[in-house]
Write a protein that binds this ligand. Structure first.
Ligand SMILES: [Zn+2]
Length: 260
């Protein structure tokens, strides 16, 4: 038996519990003997995670569901295996279903051929689809589902009282989840999701990568201002809405301006 090290009442994070980095954050939310997981990570870490849960004295049969924050390989590759071992259900946003059920290796970032990244993405059935405002129960606790698109169109966050399990929306250093056109990123949606988090009265953000941190509106505002600049930068390709240099060039071409 291991001593439980909850980050907050009713919330264990398994990297924190293990004392070393296993992968993405895996939150175990529990009330009495009932529990659920938010994300599972890569397949090759599923055994370590389930062993840990067993040593923490959570009956494996009491897993209510495994919730996917979104359909990226580093969050959901292990779902099929974990679902089979735990004999539980999988919960995700409806926009994550097609990629998860087909094991889409492009949409999930499992296959990035140009970088030599080629991972398995075992298909997994999504048993329950949730959307904004839905509740996910565990014992007497209730996670409020927030749909926070931007990083992907299926990105979810979950409010539990003063805590927001904030997914890949923002991390402690102000970074945000990767922006990639192939992956359904949308900068306008991302800004709206960040603004929603900024305006909320939650006290703590529990992200899907890195340590939890106190919600800091200054940090979120700086990130929002940075992301706003991406809307008009060629660096972000088809995710940008425009590129002002092209308008300048149009004017200069019409004027017949010579190089200065
Ligand atoms: Zn991620």
């Amino acid at each position: 038996m291991l001593e439980r090290k909850p980050l907050f009442p009713n919330v264990i994070e398994l990297n924190h519990q293990a004392g070393h980095r296993i992968g993405c954050c895996v939150y175990l939310i529990y009330d009495g003997p009932k529990w659920l997981l938010v994300d599972i990570g890569y397949e090759d870490t599923v055994d370590e995670i389930i062993d840990l849960i067993r040593e923490l004295d959570f009956p494996l049969a009491n897993c209510q569901t495994i919730v996917a924050t979104h359909a990226d390989v580093d969050h959901v590759q292990g779902l099929a295996k974990a679902k089979q071992i735990l004999r539980t259900t999988v919960t995700a946003h409806r926009k994550a279903v097609a990629a998860m059920e087909s094991g889409d290796r492009l949409l999930t970032f499992a296959e990035i051929a140009a970088q030599g990244i080629s991972l398995e993405m075992p298909p997994v059935k999504v048993d329950r689809q949730v959307g904004d405002g839905d509740k996910i129960q565990v014992g007497d606790l209730s996670l409020e589902v927030w749909h926070t698109p931007g990083h992907t169109d299926s990105q979810l966050a979950f409010r539990l009282g003063d805590l927001l399990l904030s997914g890949d929306n923002i991390f402690r250093d102000g970074c945000i989840g990767a922006i990639d056109a192939h992956h359904g990123s949308d900068l306008g949606d991302f800004l709206a999701s960040l603004e929603r988090i900024r305006q909320s009265d939650v006290g703590w953000l529990l992200p899907s990568h890195g340590p939890p941190f106190r919600k800091d509106n200054g940090l979120i505002e700086r990130t929002i201002e940075r992301v706003k600049t991406y809307l008009h930068m060629a660096d972000f390709g088809t995710c940008a809405v425009d590129w002002p240099l092209m308008d300048e060039w149009d004017r200069e071409l019409a004027e017949g301006r010579a190089p200065e």
